[in-house]
Ligand binder design. Structure first.
Ligand code: BES
Ligand code: MN
Ligand code: MN
Length: 453
């Protein structure tokens, strides 16, 4: 087998960067239909690249954006590794806050700035180049399949149907995903938990039209006030969510986990400083890491209603609304939680308004069994790259399709993240450290080697 030093020496850094930047130039925003052709172009780019690497590669249409599927069966009798990632990106807004344009990848101080740089084009492409690196040295040590989707950022509405339809073809021993953040810059990480999600909209309707706030104020119901009352009653003074049954079944972190997390290099002060706030409000009785990884949340993500233009307009609006996301943890079920919210929120409505809770999308929480040979292989691969053992951490984010990998494909997942929170995914000026990209490529190559042993 090719040694560590050989592979690192074979790696063509400039070429790997040039190619990633090409992909980053394609504005594959899945949420906005105006970008549909660009999403398709990103899929074709990946298919062509994988085909050039000798994969049987194709673009499969779905009811939404396409899926890229590719495979190379080089290693009979060896495990099959399915690498999942997504090539769609979040919308770039607010555009005026970007230092350089979101789809013109620009390098500053060792980081490439572009929408999708870390989430997830850079991390997914690290596996493409990691595979390429291995192929420069010989045939692949395991069978490799790529599943790259174009709808992750809108909740993967068509991927479950795709998995069902292609379950046989997608069969794998382990599913490798790099679509999150390592614990800290100097901490190589195997992620073993993702939170789930329930996402709803609250719609409040008052009068049959916007009203003069003089002629009607004092008598007419105000839907913005009603909405604020409702929202304010969804959490108590202790930061606990008041929806009846919300915490039923929530699994507490184990004593071993608590011990492990306490040893991680975390500081509340540094964390608060990194986001420019003086305090970290949250549920009483839990540490920050516990609140981020093992406790469910409820957050208003957006709110609307009434006059938002220049100057003043004396009006009582007819409608108001809010988008609310709840992050869920093992023991909670997104459909049940959505139902509880739909039952409870209307009971909070003050007189005179009508309240409707619409379900948008959801996703199951995930916990990976740390006691597995795949996790050990990842640990060995990370040691070879970083010269130190991996930390095992959970994360607060969600990848809704991951639970379906287990239920529909019956394969365990392995989450090896190359990014960092400071890459600012979903924010303006998203970036990816080039060093993390190259380390990701090496990690990918070593991981495939280790999985083949
Ligand atoms: N890559 C993220 C998930 C993630 C974020 C994992 C941070 C670990 C740490 C993914 O692309 C994402 O943004 N997921 C969405 C869910 C989806 C339904 C829009 C999320 O977590 O908000
Ligand atoms: Mn992602
Ligand atoms: Mn994302």
């Amino acid at each position: 087998m090719t040694s560590t030093a050989d592979l690192a020496a074979l790696h063509q850094r400039q070429d790997a960067e040039r190619e990633l930047f090409e992909l980053l130039r394609i504005p594959s925003v899945s949420a906005d239909p105006a970008y549909g052709a660009d999403v398709a172009r990103a899929a074709a780019f990946l298919r062509d690249k994988l085909a050039a690497l000798g994969f049987k590669a194709r673009v499969d249409q779905t009811a939404g954006h396409p899926v890229v599927y590719a495979e190379r069966q080089d290693a009979p009798g060896k495990p099959t590794v399915l690498i999942y990632g997504h090539y769609d990106v979040q919308p770039e807004a607010p555009l005026e806050e970007w230092v350089t344009p979101p789809f013109e990848p620009t390098v500053r101080e060792g980081r490439v700035y572009a929408r999708g740089a870390t989430d997830d084009k850079g991390q997914a492409y690290a596996h493409v180049r990691g595979t390429e690196l291995l192929l420069q040295a010989g045939p692949l040590p395991v069978n490799v399949k790529f599943l790259l989707e174009g709808e992750e950022e809108i909740g993967s509405p068509n991927l479950e149907a795709y998995l069902r339809e292609h379950a046989q073809e997608l069969k794998a021993d382990v599913i490798v995903i790099s679509d999150g953040s390592r614990f800290a810059p100097d901490v190589p990480t195997v992620t073993y938990g993702l939170r789930g999600l329930s996402y709803v909209e609250i719609h409040v309707q008052g009068a049959n039209r916007d009203l003069h706030s003089g002629s009607y104020g004092g008598a007419a119901p105000n839907p913005i006030h009603a909405l604020c009352q409702i929202i304010s009653r969804l959490k108590d003074e202790q930061g606990r969510i008041t929806i009846p049954g919300f915490y039923d079944g929530v699994e507490e972190p184990t004593p071993q986990e608590r011990e492990m997390w306490a040893k991680l290099p975390h500081s509340d002060e540094a964390f608060a400083r990194s986001i420019g706030v003086p305090a970290l409000p949250g549920e009483a009785g839990y540490s920050t890491l516990e609140r981020l990884w093992a406790r469910p949340t409820l957050d208003v993500n957006g709110i609307w209603g009434g006059y938002q233009g220049e100057g003043s307009k004396t009006v009582i609006p007819a409608k108001a609304g809010a988008k609310v996301s709840m992050r869920l943890v093992p023991g909670q079920d997104p459909e049940r939680i959505t139902r509880l919210v739909q039952e409870y929120v209307p009971t909070l409505a003050p007189q005179g308004v009508q309240v409707e809770v619409r379900a948008l999308h959801g996703g199951q929480p995930v916990k990976v069994d740390l006691d597995s040979p795949y996790v050990q292989a990842a640990d060995r691969a990370l040691r070879r790259v970083y010269g130190k053992p991996a930390a095992f951490a959970r994360t607060g984010g969600s990848i809704p399709i991951v639970a379906a990998f287990r239920s529909l494909l019956g394969a365990p997942v392995l989450l090896v993240d190359f990014g960092l929170n400071e890459d600012a995914p979903h924010s303006p000026n998203e970036s990816f450290a080039l060093e993390d990209y190259h380390n990701g490529i090496l990690t990918s190559a070593y991981l495939l080697q280790e999985l083949g042993k």
